[in-house]
Design a protein around this ligand. Structure first.
Ligand SMILES: Cc1cc2nc3c(=O)[nH]c(=O)nc-3n(C[C@H](O)[C@H](O)[C@H](O)COP(=O)(O)OP(=O)(O)OC[C@H]3O[C@@H](n4cnc5c(N)ncnc54)[C@H](O)[C@@H]3O)c2cc1C
Length: 421
């Protein structure tokens, strides 16, 4: 049997590509984990993802249990609130992503796709007229095109066929559980995004509101072992006074999960008969660690391109597939994602100034309605390729002007550089 497209990895990127491709192509989806043991960490689904995933019923409460309405960019003492009601519509949805992934591949199967769970792909061989995909049991499949959507847990596979691998960091999260009334009464925010260099110099600490669950976690520093991440998370859960009002009365009922997360896009996304998408391609926004947008956007692009190449009986060579690389740059990497690149440079690399920088930003959020509006628009805009980076630069200028004099002197070069990134 010759498949048109074989997708490796049933995360958000692979599952949404399988759903789309099953409309027009003979599709195979292979996943290393067992079907009842998929692991998806995402909890926030921004409105701007929707144009890339039109195949979903957004009123389905088992997938999208809550609206995402209220954010807290939390400082060391103040809460930097952005309430979407100020601008008339929510930021998007709270998502139970494992339900979305399930729905996507099940619908793909209804439309004729084949799924294989519990099979880890160990080798991909380009045989010229097709690609051979070999799993850990020694079985093999043939396909015209292979899409590598293996996230940050399968990087050795893409390396073995000549793709670069992205930078990789460790994150840790757990779920706190409780009755929804209890969660609603003590956690007024759907998303708390907190920068605290004592927790991480590499990324945020976050608390999210789900339905009867509250995901909570942080990105680790590069040198931290899994054991030290677990120990730190436990200390935060028990001793960090700043978050206790939001999490009291909730139960930690699971072992924490430690996951790699990759970021910073690789340079080349296609080779002859092969493409790479989602987190495997380093497509996660810097600073915010938003992987959902990148997963659904890259899946949508490759699906459209694959459909037109199949119609034209393409041999899926690198020349034909380069359109995918160009579109990814045009729509995602060279515009919207630059927002995160500048913020990452400013906030995660400012040494002893991080705390004062973040606390000043939190104050700016509370006083600058234009900034709150820009945050809201960034969440909602349906055409991220037209994202206007002027707002980010304006916010950078205002932030700089509010800094204490000594911090200003120390960071002037950094702000100047960020302005030209
Ligand atoms: C703690 C945490 C919280 C996050 N929160 C958010 C959020 O709220 N919003 C947001 O937008 N993003 C968030 N992200 C980022 C986002 O979750 C990821 O970027 C996104 O889920 C990646 O999707 P993916 O499909 O590319 O990869 P994955 O979800 O990693 O899926 C890859 C799949 O490939 C399979 N696989 C790997 N190797 C093989 C192989 N050789 N053969 C077969 N199968 C293989 C894996 O088992 C896995 O199921 C978060 C990330 C973390 C770590």
């Amino acid at each position: 049997m010759m498949y048109d497209i074989a997708i490796i990895g049933a995360g958000i990127a692979g599952a949404s590509l399988a759903r789309k491709a099953s409309e027009y192509a003979n599709t195979l989806l292979i996943e290393a984990r067992e079907e009842n043991n998929l692991l998806v960490a995402t909890n926030i689904f921004s409105e701007h993802n929707k144009p890339f995933l039109t195949e979903v019923d957004y009123s389905n409460k088992s997938i999208f249990p809550l609206l995402h309405e209220k954010m807290n960019y939390m400082g060391s003492t103040d809460n930097g609130e952005v309430n979407s009601s100020e601008f008339g519509a929510p930021f998007g949805h709270i998502i139970h992503t494992e339900e979305l992934v399930k729905k996507l591949y099940q619908t793909a199967v209804d439309k004729g796709a084949t799924t294989k769970f519990g099979e880890r792909v160990s080798k991909i061989e380009n045989r010229g007229d097709y690609v051979e995909i070999i799993n850990n049991k020694g079985e093999s499949y043939k396909s015209k095109l292979v899409a590598i959507a293996t996230g940050s847990s399968g990087l050795e596979l893409q390396r073995s066929v000549g793709f670069e691998v992205p930078d990789c960091y460790q994150g840790i999260f757990t779920h706190l559980r409780g009755d929804q009334d209890v969660i609603n009464s003590q956690l007024p925010y759907h998303y708390i995004f907190h920068i605290n260099p004592k927790i991480s110099t590499n990324g945020p600490f976050y608390i999210e509101k789900g339905f009867e669950r509250v995901p909570i976690g942080f990105m680790g520093n590069s040198n931290e072992s899994p054991a030290s991440l677990v120990d730190k998370l436990n200390r935060i859960l028990h001793n960090y006074q700043r978050i206790q009002p939001f999490i009291k009365n909730l139960k930690v009922d699971e072992k924490p999960v430690i996951l790699n997360i990759s970021k910073h896009p690789i340079k080349q996304f296609s080779r002859d008969r092969m493409v790479v998408l989602g987190e495997a391609a380093g497509l996660v926004t810097s600073f915010f660690y938003e992987g959902m947008l990148c997963g659904v956007c890259s899946a949508d692009l490759i699906s459209k391109i694959c459909m037109s190449l199949l119609e034209n009986d393409s041999s899926f060579n690198r020349n034909d597939l380069q359109r995918y690389d160009r579109e990814l740059h045009r729509i995602l990497i060279d515009n919207y994602n630059q927002n995160g690149t500048g913020s990452e440079y400013l906030f995660y690399n400012a040494g002893s100034h991080v705390k004062v920088l973040w606390d000043t930003y939190v104050k700016l959020i509370n006083t600058d309605k234009q900034l709150r509006k820009e945050i809201w628009e960034a969440y909602r805009m349906p055409d991220i390729e037209n994202y206007d980076l002027k707002g980010t630069k304006r916010a950078g200028k205002n932030l700089f002007s509010m800094l204490p004099a000594l911090t200003k002197i120390a960071l002037s070069g950094k702000f100047l550089r960020a302005a030209f990134m």
